[in-house]
Design a protein around this ligand. Structure first.
Ligand code: 1PR
Length: 523
């Protein structure tokens, strides 16, 4: 029996699913006594350091947790569950950590995108049973803006490079904690977690330094989901956002089955977009939540879900906040939520006075679940103009002239699945979203969507130049070469595709095989 410390923030479902897939049962902590009586405690921390420590104190978990650690009983901390062990964090300077280990938690100061999101390697610093059966060159999934800095370097179990080398896991007696997410790291992660759970201390993987570790570029499979005219929830795919063919919604398969297939093929992440979320309220559209619950049982890579994340009042007058909608998605197995239409409206308000209210969905969800959990999905469309100062927007010079030979264009943000254009450009928008606390940009492009013509590199470079958070290039992938092109000619951290995978024109595995000796990827 594994005792799981769930303090109510973030996605613990995937940790439970991963543990259960390894044949163990999980009991969630209900009160402080459950911590005192635990035999094996797993502490998956997701969210922000400050809110985590506050909740641990409010629930009277902090003291028994520290006593548990001091008694050297088996403990596995994940992400914030690692950071909590230290004395404090730059993320919440006024709140002390548990102080089980000396040292602090610092924000990355690198000339690279922060959060550090994606698959990176490990340099093993201590012999450990945790790595039994692993080659040592596997990649694991990270998503964090802060990393631990132990005072005593001998507790470091692994180190990872991101701009510089940081401690990516610790081991002290029976206490183990990782900055990466084994429950989201595919087969390698399950193996590592299984080694911990089975307590097989026989096979000790010795110290292994493989050289500088590298963050991989991610290949993301995207599933646009909606209910068709017969009431079935289907994966669909549009041409420039038009998903109807001869009047019917295109049906390209079932969401759970397709997600499972892409996981098997090696997708680094799966994204679900509930494309009619702007008119259907997700908490009334339970099938989407069910899709997440079912998928997360067997798919052990990060899951993002978007569609309909906004404040909502139902016909009975009951109001729900965007945070509550997001919370339901996280509880159902999502690791990140993606906000589309509502983010545009939020930014329009924000830009009127440049004042952060702290109350927008972006800010609230980021505060509770951490910046890394908030993805902004942008649906821009090219608008050609005759000159750079023709409109009060960020205009770029383009090598693809417009219908009248125009050499300039701006990228107009749209809402409601491209149905409504707004007086806001994608570059300004992306920058403002970062200021409000978003952790990643999912950059679609209506002009390229479903065309197989390749990614819009001009758009990607323009947005990437305006933000320091990671950018997912999306729309237009038609072959493996397009992925190489986007990674070579832009700084995008990941590339997303839908149509080519659904139509089986290529597989995620084929794309990765093609990229293997050209771009850093997770094999
Ligand atoms: O506005 O917060 O409710 O979120 C709705 C979400 O649904 C947004 O993320 C929006 O992008 C998405 N969406 C809305 N309508 C459509 C549509 O297609 N009619 N899909 C839609 C957007 C774009 C990509 C697509 C790539 C790759 N889909 O996600 O998967 O363009 O396609 P490709 O590789 O086939 O070219 P809210």
């Amino acid at each position: 029996m594994i005792t799981l410390l769930d303090y109510g923030a973030g996605n613990v479902r995937s940790v439970i699913n991963a543990i259960e897939s390894l044949g163990e049962t999980v009991k969630a902590v209900q009160n402080a006594d459950d911590i005192r009586h635990a035999d094996k405690l797993v502490f998956p921390g997701v969210g922000a350091f400050g809110s985590m420590m506050q909740i641990l104190h409010q629930k009277n978990y902090a003291k028994p947790l520290l006593e548990y650690l001091q008694s050297n009983r088996p403990f596995f901390g994940i992400c914030l569950g690692l950071q909590a062990l230290f004395e404090g964090s730059e993320e919440a300077p006024d709140l002390a950590g548990l102080g089980f280990l000396q040292g602090t938690v610092k924000r990355f100061s690198v000339d690279l995108a922060v959060p550090h999101i994606g698959w990176n390697g490990l340099n093993i610093q201590q012999a450990s049973p945790l790595f039994g059966g692993l080659q040592g060159n596997e990649k694991f999934y990270f998503v964090h803006s802060y990393h631990v800095v132990p005072k005593d370097d001998t507790v470091a179990l692994t180190k990872t490079d991101y701009g510089y080398s940081f401690v990516s896991s610790i081991q002290k007696g029976n206490i183990v904690a990782t900055q990466f997410h084994p429950e989201k790291s595919g087969q390698a992660g399950l193996r590592l977690l299984g080694n911990y759970l089975s307590r097989q201390r026989k096979e000790e993987k010795p110290l292994q330094i493989t050289g500088k570790t590298k963050l991989s570029k991610r290949i993301i499979a995207c599933l646009d989901v909606r209910t068709n005219d017969h009431g079935d929830l289907v994966v669909t795919k549009g041409d420039q956002y038009d998903v109807r063919e001869e009047g019917d919604v295109r049906n390209l398969g079932k969401p759970v089955e397709l997600a499972q297939r892409y996981y098997g093929e090696g997708a680094d992440e799966i994204t679900f977009l509930n494309i009619t979320g702007f008119r259907d309220f997700p908490l009334e559209d339970m099938p989407m939540l069910e899709v997440l619950k079912q998928t997360s049982k067997n798919v052990f890579v990060p899951l993002t879900i978007g569609g309909g994340i906004r404040n909502f009042t139902d016909q009975n007058g009951k109001s729900y906040s965007a945070l509550e909608v997001a919370a339901e998605y996280f509880r159902s197995g999502a690791d990140k939520v993606s906000i589309g239409s509502d983010a545009v409206l939020i930014v329009e308000e924000y830009l009127k006075n440049n004042i952060k209210t702290g109350k927008s969905a972006i800010e609230e969800i980021a505060r509770v679940y951490g910046n890394q959990a908030v993805v902004i999905s942008i649906d821009p469309r090219r608008v050609y103009v005759a000159s750079p100062d023709a409109v009060p927007h960020q205009v770029i010079q383009t090598s693809i002239p417009g219908p009248n030979g125009e050499q300039y264009c701006w990228y107009q943000c749209t809402i409601k699945g491209g149905r409504e254009g707004r007086e806001l450009d994608a570059i300004t928008f992306a920058h403002a979203c970062e200021e409000l606390g978003a952790g990643e940009i999912l950059l679609n492009c209506i002009d390229r969507d479903g065309t197989n013509a390749g990614f819009d590199l001009e758009l990607i470079n323009a947005v990437k130049g305006a933000v320091s958070i990671p950018v997912i290039a999306s729309s237009g992938a038609g072959c493996a070469e397009h992925f190489q092109e986007v990674f070579v000619k832009s700084e995008a951290e990941s590339a997303l595709a839908a149509g080519i995978f659904h139509r089986q024109e290529t597989t995620v595995g084929d794309v990765k095989n093609y990229l293997a000796d050209k771009v850093e990827i997770r094999s």
